[in-house]
Design a protein around this ligand. Sequence first.
Ligand SMILES: Cc1ncc(C[n+]2csc(CCOP(=O)(O)OP(=O)(O)O)c2C)c(N)n1
Length: 626
Amino acid sequence: MLEKVNSPEDLKKLNINQKTELAQDIREYILKIVSENGGHLASNLGVVELTIALHSVFNVPEDKIVWDVGHQTYVHKILTGRKEALKTLRKLDGIAGFPKIKESETDCFNTGHSSTSISLALGMARARDIQGKNNMVVAVIGDGALTGGMAIEALNDAGFSHSKMIVVLNDNEMSISKNVGGLNMFLSKLRTKKLYTKSNISAKKLILKIPVIGKPVVKIIQRLKRSIKQLIIPKMFFEDIGFTYLGPVDGHNIQELENILRLSEQVEGPVLVHVLTKKGKGYKIAEENPDKFHATSPFDVETGELKSKKKKDYSKVFGDKLVEIAKRNPQVVAITASMKDGTGLTEFQKEFPDRFFDIGIAEQHAVGLAAGMAKAGLIPVVPIYSSFYQRAYDQVIHDVAIQNLPVVLCVDRAGLVGADGETHQGLLDMAFFRLVPNLTIMAPKDFKELEDMLEFAIDLKKPVVIRYPRGGEERTFELNDEKYQTIQEGKAEILSEGNDITIVAIGKMVARAKNIQEKLLEDNIHAELINARFLKPLDEDIIINSISKTKKVVTIEDGTLIDGLATAVEECIIEKKLENINIKSYGYPDKYIPHGSVSELEKIYGLDEEKIYDDIKNLCLKEESL
Ligand SMILES: Cc1ncc(C[n+]2csc(CCOP(=O)(O)OP(=O)(O)O)c2C)c(N)n1
């Protein structure tokens, strides 16, 4: 069946049995591709029937379907002309793992971060009304994404607006881990009300039979439903805030889904369609381990085993060290915004269930909550991925830094992340955090230094950021000179002394810089290598002393060149009035970096070891200008 379907038009010609067959084919196809390329598996297997039903009922691109997060759009991509191209999923220049307008006009918005779809859809609905158009607007949002503040803010506005739009709530009871929170408890009450499914289907039949008076019938049903529901479920949250609630409906029954979507089209004002799905549906191993298969690297389909064994990474080192510290310090607590496993907090939760808080996909709240806890005497540690920390910028400034509270802000996945692409690259955190007064900012060169920095941060008793990358260390360093073995605020570390050139690197780039420095030695070039350790406060003494001697400096960082290490070093050269200094900076340009493997992207942007080594060698041998 998959061979016959290349577009929503092809899909619309199929009968229900053929669509069911197509669903099976799509599952097998996605399983094959994700097992080879890696990607988001379980969420996509869960929305196969829902996506088929959406494209059977609505007409894209005129009708707008906004996918929340966008990690579940593989089926949509298959049905909208990208079936073959999907084989290049997440590869450099290949199909992205998230919606991309430049790939297809049927992707009506570029997404990647959670909880945005209802705002975006409401915006499109209001624009449609002002422009006198009549297309349908649909937001598809998971129960996990619904825990995000932006989604709740949008529901509040949409319910009040009377705008015609559909919110499809794809409820699989999971975020990446098990979903949490009061809203989730409320949804679990609704999940069991199968009664409504039946009444909805019969309502749909009624409407189809009497098309001319369809609208009034829907109105009567809406009123009736509302009054019955108020009796059975005392607090019908969605209806109370202005939505018509339809469901719950079996998210793996294409016919029922089409029926309820057609019914929802006829309702005035905003509608919420509650769809029950199973994450990983159809692939038993993923059904049983939906969190492991939320996003996966390549794996063996038969066994579910990853093709390459997971190596120790920074998140795990962070998590293990935090457990060790928390055993001795009862004030230490950990907060996650729905990323327990990704940020390495699984063991912490097991050891200290009462000091662990998964607060939903709510980064703003995570930092606000931490501020409150810190004010009351605890030491909260908040690991959040770099690109998701963007959400909590004001909370970091307003609730933590201005108050000078001891919150440890751990920026995981800092720097390039690779295959998830521009929405997920962690290239901005050094720049946006450097601007914030009262914030100490560090980045470790290897696992051991992360452990030391975590100890230091917890003892510091003021706002502090530690940023570390996705994956493992590039190199394990030998213990250096004793004077550098403890972390001291604002103190850098000299890893090699030399008179020919100064190299200042930070975080994961220190390992690369060390390799370069050693290679340069073979060319009889003696580089002074400085591990900055602190972006803020920068160790101006060590850096300026070295540059005054060498007159040449190279900075290397895993972040945007604007306002990161390069800027900090330049500012201090200007401030100290050093003259005739050659400066060359390696970092990322003022651009959004697309998906690809980290090493491919580093090469493209000139951050690979070979390129930097060649540049420095040429400079030093030929005294070329940087
Ligand atoms: C702001 C933000 N924080 C965290 C994430 C990471 N993330 C991606 S998907 C996801 C869970 C989404 O759960 P749900 O909306 O229920 O969708 P499902 O995958 O279960 O279908 C999370 C936490 C993100 N994309 N954006």
